[in-house]
Design a protein around this ligand. Structure first.
Ligand code: G3H
Ligand code: 13P
Ligand code: ZN
Length: 311
């Protein structure tokens, strides 16, 4: 099976009331852990690569690793650029075999976001690829960009029809209170999402796939394991799973998860090295790290996304 776009996946997810996991990847063990879990529960997948991940691992290596995963699993997998920040980057990923790109113009003035997104859509659609746009601004950290909570802003439902119509995007990321990274809420703060905005957006765009970024739960078990083994992440707080389940049943068809993967992997490696201080073969600690990713992704698919059995 070749790489697929998200078109078919999103249509089925929308109609079936579940969401597809979009997991960030940057090395072999992460790709293997995610795809082996998806194979076990027969789930479709989106593997996404940020600009930073692409710089770290090299475009060709990542494409070949994902192609190998498809050969091994025979699953429908889309390869997606996460948070593309320029036409050139999106073009380069499409030319290099990605089936989906995000152009993130959410930091731009509205008309500039439309113009840039439209340009990417025209290029992508002419080559069979699909495009995710973004309206509204999430707080948190991505690569060198750090958006403070004060600079973040919720999506304005009154803009979405105009944006989607004029750009021709295939899916839309919205800001309803999630944020990137492992520190999504202040200690003692009650996690809250603006489901009213999600509902208003979906009423205005019936049948249209919505994307939720910054959707890691920052699973306490992994944070505790990190802190029990020399780490210092006392105030890490994420999105409660119940809220993600609610989102997955709605118009949200794509849920982005990166931080939980990082935490699972780091927790496992810290624990292993703490318990085996004389070991130095990377395979010894990367094997349980890959298993931790596998375990995490299987649980996400079955308990949060609901896309098991939907490949
Ligand atoms: O949304 C951002 C993702 O978590 C990617 O993070 O840019 O550090 O690779 P990164
Ligand atoms: P998390 O940091 O919550 O995992 O979000 C990842 C993300 O949105 C990638 O685009
Ligand atoms: Zn994101």
């Amino acid at each position: 099976m070749p790489l697929v776009t998200t078109k078919e996946m999103f249509k089925k997810a929308y109609e079936g009331g579940y969401a597809i996991g979009a997991f960030n990847v940057n090395n072999m063990e992460i790709i293997q852990g995610i795809t082996e879990a998806a194979k076990k529960v027969n789930a479709p997948l989106i593997l996404q690569v940020s600009a930073g991940a692409r710089k770290y691992a090299n475009h060709t290596y990542l494409v070949k690793l994902v192609e190998a995963a498809i050969e091994e699993t025979n699953l429908p997998i889309a390869l997606h650029l996460d948070h593309g920040d320029s036409f050139e980057l999106c073009k380069s990923c499409i030319d290099g075999g990605f089936t989906s790109v995000m152009i993130d113009g959410s930091h731009l003035p509205y008309e500039e976001n439309i113009a840039l997104t439209k340009k990417v859509v025209e290029y992508a659609h002419a080559r069979g690829a699909v495009v995710e746009g973004e309206l509204g601004r999430l707080a948190g950290v991505e690569d060198d960009v750090n958006v403070s909570a004060e600079d973040a802003s919720y999506t304005r439902p009154e803009e979405v029809i105009d944006f989607v119509t004029r750009t021709g995007v295939d899916s839309l990321a919205i800001a309803i209170g999630t944020s990137h990274g492992a520190y999504k809420f202040k200690p003692g703060q009650k996690p809250q999402l603006r489901f009213d905005i999600l509902e208003e957006v979906s009423k205005k765009l019936p049948g249209f796939p919505i994307v939720l970024h910054g959707a890691s739960s920052v699973i306490p078990e992994y944070v505790e394991m990190i802190n029990a083994n020399g780490g210092e992440m006392p105030d890490a707080i994420g999105i409660p799973e119940e809220m993600l389940r609610q989102a997955a049943k709605s118009a949200v068809c794509k849920i982005n998860i990166d931080s939980d993967l990082r935490l699972a992997m780091t927790a496992s490696i810290r624990k292993y090295l703490n318990e085996n201080p004389s070991h130095f073969d990377p395979r010894q600690y990367l094997k349980p790290a890959r298993e931790a990713i596998m375990d995490l992704v299987e649980k996400k698919i079955k308990n949060v996304l609901g896309c098991d059995g939907k490949a």
